[in-house]
Design a protein around this ligand. Structure first.
Ligand SMILES: *Cc1c(COP(=O)(O)O)cnc(C)c1O
Length: 377
């Protein structure tokens, strides 16, 4: 079925597994986004962050596509994600677990060839003990905290880590890394602060390759590139920099079906809590997606959907399974049962909907539910 576009953007849904929402993931656009980052990064390489099911797009499909484009470094957040992805990828693809080792996962991690990002002396000791037990040298990445205070060796642990490394160990360090907290804001002073801290770390731990940039970091310039970047959101079409024009191609579109239409007289309450009251006679349509499908309640009375480029405002609160829209901008009977409206697409970007929902593109993407029919093209 892949490769077919089964739903016309403007027409009526072809019944596909009974779904009333259609999430289209453009793998060709994903590939072009990857190649764009690769060309910006050269001679540094581009890995791919495929955590949270590749930001909701499907880690297996995304990783396979990017592998085909030459990507060999895949980052997930949690061990379970690596366990799911490992068998789907060719052996020379490396999978890194950003959250690092959890007690109890060490043997499975070693045996499956999954590479932990070690974030602390505690994780270092765990991995070292495992290597001794298995009488093997085990691969790892070291992550340092350069000012985000989230994950990574804190400054206080660096001396002891350096001593442990000096003693010789049974851990093979593939590269060292850190994560930028404000890379989406090119003006932020935190970028330079973290860069300076990373430079100190590189002096303290000489001879290792460095991975530093996320999507935003790629656009901060060569100094931030290290040898391996870890883009996520930019691959999936999100803007790497909050205030700049988005240089990436959209990858995701979402069309949702109308399940009912009606025209209400002036003064009619719409939706939960009667929070919206119609001003004048108003034609309405109810569409089949709500906050359980990842369209946040914060879109209530703020956001919109589109039909052939015409903006149709959301009225009243977002329900769990549906949203009501004002369709008075359209000629009568344009929308009927089964008509599709655009939630994400050429007229409404991820950034548009994220702004209306007072959140970020990442949260919109990772929230998109599993009731949509997913089609990859
Ligand atoms: C999520 C994550 C990334 C990817 O960030 P984007 O902003 O999506 O490019 C890179 N590195 C680490 C450590 C992360 O947690």
């Amino acid at each position: 079925m892949d490769g077919d576009i089964l739903v016309s953007r403007t027409g009526t849904a072809t019944i596909m597994q009974g779904a009333t929402g259609y999430l289209t993931i453009d793998l060709a656009a994903l590939g072009r986004n990857y190649r764009k980052l690769v060309s910006m990064l050269a001679p540094a390489r581009a890995g791919a962050v495929v955590k949270a099911d590749a930001y909701g797009l499907g880690a297996e499909r995304v990783a396979a596509k990017l592998y085909g484009e030459g990507c060999r470094h895949f980052f997930v957040a949690q061990f379970v994600e690596a366990v799911r992805l490992r068998p789907t990828l060719v052996h020379d693809a490396q999978i890194f677990v950003l959250n690092g080792l959890q007690p109890g996962n060490e043997i499975a991690c070693a045996e499956m060839g999954i590479i932990p990002v070690l974030n602390s002396l505690a994780q270092w000791r765990q991995w070292s003990t495992t290597a001794r037990m298995l009488k093997r040298c085990l691969p790892a990445v070291l992550q340092f905290d350069t000012g985000m205070s989230r994950l990574g060796f804190p400054r206080e642990e660096r001396a002891e880590l350096a001593a442990a490394l000096g003693d010789g160990s049974n851990i093979e360090i593939l590269f060292i890394m850190s994560h930028l907290a404000s890379a989406d804001d090119m003006e932020s002073e935190q970028n330079a602060e973290q860069f300076a801290e990373m430079t100190c770390i590189a002096d303290e731990f000489p001879g290792f390759d460095i991975s530093f940039a996320n999507s935003g970091g790629v656009f901060l310039g060569d100094a931030y590139h290290g040898v391996l970047a870890r883009p996520g959101i930019a691959l999936y079409g999100g803007a790497p920099n909050a205030d700049e024009k988005n240089p990436m191609e959209p990858v995701v579109s979402l069309d949702v079906a109308v399940v009912q239409t009606r025209t209400v007289p002036s003064g009619t309450k719409v939706g939960y809590g009667g929070a919206h009251v119609s001003q004048g006679e108003t034609p309405l349509a109810t569409i089949a997606a709500g906050y359980a499908d990842g369209l946040p309640r914060s879109l209530g009375d703020r956001g919109a959907v589109f039909y052939q480029g015409i903006r149709l405002p959301i009225v009243g609160r977002v329900s769990m399974d549906s949203i009501t829209i004002d369709i008075s901008a359209l000629p009568e009977s344009t929308l009927t049962l089964g008509s599709l409206v655009e939630v994400l697409g050429p007229h409404q970007t991820l950034e548009d909907i994220a702004r209306d929902a007072e959140t970020i593109s990442y949260e919109i993407l990772t929230g998109l539910g599993d009731r949509y029919h997913r089609q990859y093209r």
